[in-house]
Design a protein around this ligand. Structure first.
Ligand code: IMP
Ligand code: MG
Length: 179
């Protein structure tokens, strides 16, 4: 069993709040006069999504999807499974997929193609975090909160074995190496 310990705070509470306000303003400008259907990718994006939509001042509906990519491990398997699909019909809607982090990009690539097949009017991706170093699939976010280094991130929705999602800041876990 590997052991992990917390690293430093990478992105503090105020910095997160400030960036979410900026993203909300940018999205509001881009979608002026339109209605957004914000799709939260469970569970990691829950905190980000709930803060973000409060900063969006155009009509916004919300829906949720759950996909599994990881299981209880810190590296991607590339296998994407739909655990919960959308409740709404998305034909003609302006979809804004809200994610916590793009790592390999496999999850979002799959999700975007999957949703595109249902003929939305438009589809864009907003991710809180981007780990470009690890990208394997050809997918880009339209809105990015922060670029992060290749570390295992926890907090503000992001988990390790379902823990630490409630931290109000972003931190990371590092492996404890025995002397
Ligand atoms: P991807 O398919 O490799 O891009 O992985 C996407 C999903 O894996 C994200 O939506 C997260 O739920 C999870 N994930 C990727 N990197 C991290 C991390 O550093 N911390 C916590 N979860 C992560
Ligand atoms: Mg996720």
């Amino acid at each position: 069993m590997k052991k992990y310990q917390f690293g430093e705070v990478m992105i503090g509470k105020e910095e997160l709040q400030q960036r979410v306000i900026e993203l909300g303003a940018e999205i509001s400008r881009d979608y002026k006069g339109e209605t957004i259907l914000a799709v939260c990718v469970l569970k990691g994006a829950v905190l980000f999504m709930s803060d973000l939509i409060r900063e969006i001042n155009v009509d916004t509906k919300i829906d949720f999807m759950a996909v599994s990519s990881y299981g209880a491990s810190t590296s991607s398997t590339g296998v994407v499974r739909i655990l919960k699909d959308l409740d709404s019909n998305i034909e003609g809607e302006n979809l804004l997929i809200v994610e916590d982090i793009i790592d390999s990009g496999l999850t979002l690539k799959y999700l975007k193609d999957y949703l595109l097949a249902r003929n939305p009017k438009s589809i864009k991706i907003c991710t809180l975090l981007d780990k470009p170093e690890r990208r394997a699939a050809d997918v880009k976010a339209d809105y990015i909160g922060f670029e992060v280094d290749n570390k295992f991130i926890v907090g503000y929705g992001l988990d390790y074995n379902q823990m630490y999602r409630n931290l109000p800041y972003i931190s990371y876990l590092e492996e404890v190496t025995k002397e």
